[in-house]
Design a protein around this ligand. Structure first.
Ligand code: AMP
Ligand code: ZN
Length: 141
C-alpha cells in the first residue's frame, strides 16, 4: 500500500525560494520563473534566474519552458544595464563546473571597471540595506 498524507516539501533551497518557504530578494517574478539577488554576490547586482519547477540541469528543462526562462534572463539583463552595460550570463552544470545548487539557475553578473580581469576570490554576503537599494534600482522601472 502506498503511503498517504501530505507530500514532503522539496529539500531544494531554490524550490523553497520559488514556493516562498525560504526568503529571497525577488527582482522579478511570473508564473513560470523567478529572479532574485544572489546572497553571496560576485559583483554588485548579481542576480539568479530560475524556472520555478525543479530541474537539475538545462538539459532537463522542458522545451515549453525555454521561452519563458530566456525571456526572464533577458528582462534581467535589460534591467542590469542600469547598473552596467557589461555583464556575464552563466550556467554552471555539475560539480566540476562549480554547480553547488542543483536547481537550474542562470547567473547575471554585472562587470565594473574596477573588476577587469576576474571575479573577487572572496564573496561578501549581501546585506539587507544594500539588497533593498538594489531592488529599487532593478525594479520594473
Ligand atoms: P552555482 O555555483 O552555479 O550552483 O551557484 C549557486 C549560487 O546560489 C551561488 O552564487 C550562491 O551564492 C547562490 N545561493 C545559494 N543559496 C542562496 C540563497 N538562499 N539565496 C540566494 N542565492 C543563493
Ligand atoms: Zn529545486
Amino acid at each position: 500500500m502506498e503511503a498517504s498524507g501530505p507530500v514532503a516539501a522539496s529539500p531544494c533551497i531554490f524550490c523553497a525560494i520559488a514556493e516562498k518557504r525560504a526568503p529571497s530578494y525577488v527582482v522579478y517574478e511570473d508564473a513560470q520563473t523567478l529572479a532574485f539577488l544572489d546572497i553571496a554576490p560576485l559583483s554588485r547586482g548579481h542576480t539568479l534566474i530560475i524556472p520555478k519547477a525543479h530541474v537539475d540541469r538545462i538539459t532537463d528543462l522542458p522545451p515549453v519552458q525555454y521561452a519563458s526562462v530566456l525571456a526572464t534572463v533577458t528582462e534581467i539583463c535589460r534591467r542590469m544595464e542600469r547598473l552596467s552595460r557589461d555583464y556575464n550570463i552563466g550556467v554552471n552544470q555539475g560539480p566540476l563546473a562549480g554547480q553547488i545548487v542543483f536547481h537550474l539557475h542562470f547567473h547575471v553578473i554585472p562587470r565594473y571597471p574596477n573588476q577587469v580581469g576576474g571575479f573577487p576570490r572572496e564573496r561578501l554576503p549581501l546585506v539587507p540595506e544594500e539588497a533593498r537599494t538594489l531592488l529599487k534600482e532593478l525594479g520594473p522601472g
